[in-house]
Unconditional design. Structure first.
Length: 219
């Protein structure tokens, strides 16, 4: 099962505080969540659940036909995934694939690549562009090793995966590598090819703030 943890978006993306007011950060987080969940829904080859306590996200999931695993405590990504993993194990799920809600360039090819490379037993990891974070983590069995998310999660996740003595596949996927956390990520997202909701929002925001030249965008 695909698990997408989403924290309360009213306080989303604090690390973008120097570049955007909170109202814009919330709108951006909503747009990215919509992009990610829509891509998974369109792909449609694995069941998906969003792990959240946010009302806007619950409503979106309902419109898309995605299951909601309630996260009333909003304890963070690690705690949400621990809870959701226990839920998946209790259901007998063969694997879990954790994807964040801030990778708005996620596409069909990325999801196909994960499905095509995942081992029957073992793990698959996709690093963030900086090589520090983990932007996709597949475990089979579903609770093969604990996930601990943060700015430097990739190497600990890889060590834990290899410590299971089962195959650990690492692949680089451009559509998953770009997560939007820092001010410098905004122009990068705007200039990448594509017309996701998040890209449209960021391009308009940067042009309005005169931080992106008029006419800039994907070739």
């Amino acid at each position: 099962m695909i698990l997408v943890p989403v924290k309360n978006l009213a306080q989303a993306k604090q690390r973008l505080g120097s570049a955007m007011p909170q109202s814009a950060r919330t709108q951006l987080a909503q747009a990215m969540t919509h992009d990610v969940l829509s891509a998974i829904t369109e792909w449609g080859k694995m069941p998906c659940a969003v792990v959240t306590g946010d009302g806007w996200v619950r409503d979106l999931a309902g419109r898309l036909g995605i299951e909601v695993m309630a996260d009333p405590h909003d304890a963070g990504e690690t705690g949400a995934i621990e809870m959701a993993t226990r839920n998946c194990v209790a259901r007998g799920c063969e694997f879990t694939l954790v994807l964040p809600a801030d990778i708005p360039l996620l596409g069909m090819a990325d999801l196909d690549a994960i499905a095509g490379h995942r081992p029957a037993r073992g793990s698959l990891l996709v690093p963030a562009a900086d090589g520090r974070g983990t932007n996709a983590a597949l475990r089979s069995p579903a609770d093969l090793f604990p996930l601990r998310f943060g700015n430097d999660s990739f190497l600990p996740h890889m060590a834990a995966a290899r410590g299971t003595d089962l195959p650990c596949v690492v692949i680089d996927l451009p559509g998953i590598a770009l997560d939007v956390d820092r001010p410098e990520d905004l122009p990068q997202l705007a200039l990448e090819p594509g017309e996701t909701l998040a890209q449209q929002f960021v391009r308009e925001f940067l042009r309005r703030e005169e931080l992106l030249p008029t006419g800039s965008g994907p070739a």
